[in-house]
Design a protein around this ligand. Structure first.
Ligand SMILES: Nc1ncnc2c1ncn2[C@@H]1O[C@H](COP(=O)(O)OP(=O)(O)OP(=O)(O)O)[C@@H](O)[C@H]1O
Length: 236
């Protein structure tokens, strides 16, 4: 698998009559790592859900590599190579770890499960445990691994570190960095833990009320503490 570029142009989207995103445009080259930052409620999840085809679109377009995916529904976008790991860590709690991973395999051979276990050895240890018996960090690993088994060309990770202990955050970020280094997929990351996000990314966009308020490199953002305060709030 090789990574695909992602191009979002003039995207306005929301829920029913409620417009949340207004004219959002950015692109990520194949193999790029983009951090999407912003305070609570600024539209980060809505952006990912819109790229994944799960909101109402009013205007604009989304391209995945050479493919225009604007008119496709969520499952067609997934088949086209878009991997979405939502904030809710949607795993099947009444299935075992391994059964959850089978769902991600689609038509791939069972042996491909080893890719998931190599990325997250904890999942192998717990492969016969039910989803409901996993810690928050393990649920995040499972949700991510299941999506990655589908070999997406663009991967959206929505707040993977939310509510996790620092040691687990480090483990997850190391796995994401390893994945990014393979250049097998382009990765977009929404994260409230700004330091971790900036260490991971090569580009950053900051959302404010559904629009892009700032974009640049992690080093540029770190050199502008007033921008960080203004757009990301005190305490980050
Ligand atoms: N299903 C929905 N229906 C209507 N409005 C929604 C829905 N989901 C989110 N919103 C609204 O859209 C706006 C943006 O929310 P969104 O979850 O995209 O923000 P966010 O930046 O991801 O926030 P957080 O960091 O808290 O996850 C908020 O005002 C929110 O109340």
């Amino acid at each position: 698998m090789t990574a695909a570029s992602l191009e979002v142009a003039g995207l306005s989207a929301g829920y029913g009559p409620t417009r949340i995103l207004e004219g959002v445009s950015f692109s990520v080259p194949a193999g790029g790592r983009l951090a999407v930052l912003g305070r609570n409620g600024m539209g980060k999840t809505t952006l990912f859900a819109s790229i994944a085809g799960q909101t109402r679109r009013y205007d604009g377009s989304v391209r995945l590599g050479d493919m225009e995916i604007t008119g496709l529904d969520g499952s067609a976008r997934a088949l086209g190579g878009l991997g979405y790991v939502p904030q809710s860590r949607s795993i099947f709690k009444s299935l075992t770890v391994e059964e959850n991973l089978f769902v991600g395999l689609k038509s791939r051979p069972r042996s491909a499960l080893e890719e998931a276990y190599a990325m997250f050895p904890r999942l192998k240890e717990r492969r016969r445990n039910l989803g409901s018996q996993l810690s928050g960090g393990e649920q995040q690993m499972l949700s991510t691994a299941r999506t990655i088994l589908g070999q997406p060309t663009v991967l959206l990770l929505d707040e993977p570190l939310e509510g996790l202990a620092p040691v687990i955050c480090e483990e997850l970020m190391a796995a994401f960095a390893q994945l990014a280094a393979t250049k097998a997929m382009t990765i977009l990351l929404v994260e409230q833990r700004i330091k971790a996000a900036l260490e991971f990314a090569d580009r950053v966009i900051v959302l404010e009320r559904g629009q892009i308020a700032w974009s640049g490199t992690p080093a540029e953002l770190e050199a502008q503490p007033e921008t960080v305060d203004r757009l990301l709030g005190v305490g980050h």
